[in-house]
Write a protein that binds this ligand. Structure first.
Ligand code: TA6
Length: 277
């Protein structure tokens, strides 16, 4: 069994964030001792499988992939600690993680890259700053990227999501038809797996833990995926308990409908922030 290890960011006041270096998966974010992220009781921590919950890092491919595992390799390999957690003059805690190409990544995807992932833990906010560098001097590459955030919720059927109104989407539970969202706020009433395009820079999700709201802000992540497997599909996932699905809501920001082309020697940057309101 491969070793996995976690890095703790501790801001004080029982406000912490834990990053499992397996996939640089954020596996816990507590604000005043209250957990904000869902991690399944059945999640597997074997250093091989993606962790079911928290915030897995999807790169360089969202969804099925002919060259490698679903959702790419970044969520199933060990990342480096580029900068250990450090307290800033503001009191916020900052840490940086990195992933470089290796013989095993090049086996699936033959490109030279460096990804840096900076997390900043604030009083009631967690900020994510993603940089993908093409470190080759001659060859361009294409990729998709997404932060697969599992919010912890008392009951997914009672959450409302803003910032999707008017956006086109593909419903992965149906066919490849392009639909348009006409609801001001989206409420899940059945299995949902939708890729919304060009969504608002901000989503508010209501009724997260303790009936609070979560504000999600993003920059350079044009798409938002909304997912919950519901009862039937949940049973098919070996690492999700049959009763757990009502307690998770995935609102995932990323760049997935239009792959990004990164020319040699250039970098892509994008950010997300989560804010407990
Ligand atoms: O982001 C939504 C999604 O792509 C769904 O289609 C869903 O099956 C899911 O991610 C979970 O994928 P995983 O590979 O983690 O089982």
């Amino acid at each position: 069994m491969a070793a996995t290890s976690c890095v703790l960011m501790d801001r004080g006041n029982n406000t912490t964030c834990t990053i499992n270096l397996h996939g640089a998966t954020v596996v816990s974010w507590r604000v005043n001792n209250q957990e904000q992220l869902f991690v399944s009781k059945e999640a597997v921590f074997d250093g091989k499988k993606a962790i079911r919950g928290g915030i897995p890092f999807v790169f360089p491919q969202f969804g099925e992939w002919v060259s490698g595992p679903q959702h790419g390799f970044a969520r199933i390999i060990r990342w480096n600690v580029e900068k250990a957690p450090e307290r800033m003059p503001s009191g916020d805690i900052e840490a940086v993680f990195s992933l470089y190409d290796s013989p095993s990544t090049r086996n699936m995807w033959n490109y030279q890259f460096r990804v840096t992932y900076k997390l900043v833990l604030k009083e009631k906010e967690l900020h994510f700053n993603v940089n993908v560098h093409n470190i080759n001097k001659e060859v361009s590459f294409y990729f998709t990227i997404l932060l697969h955030t599992y919010l912890k919720v008392p009951d997914v059927r009672r959450c409302q999501i803003t910032g999707l109104s008017g956006c086109t989407f593909v419903d992965k539970t149906r066919d490849s038809t392009i639909y348009q969202e006409n609801r001001e706020t989206v409420v899940l009433t059945e299995r949902t797996d939708r890729i919304y395009r060009n969504t608002s820079q901000e989503h508010i999700v209501t009724n997260v833990v303790s009936g609070r709201k979560m504000r999600i802000q993003k920059y350079n992540f044009p798409d938002t995926v909304v997912w919950n497997p519901w009862a039937e599909k949940a049973k098919e996932l070996g690492d999700l308990g049959p009763e757990e699905w009502p307690n998770m809501l995935c609102v995932e920001v990323g760049r997935v409908t239009q792959p990004i082309m990164l020319p040699p020697g250039t970098a892509f940057e994008a950010c997300q922030s989560l804010h407990v309101m």
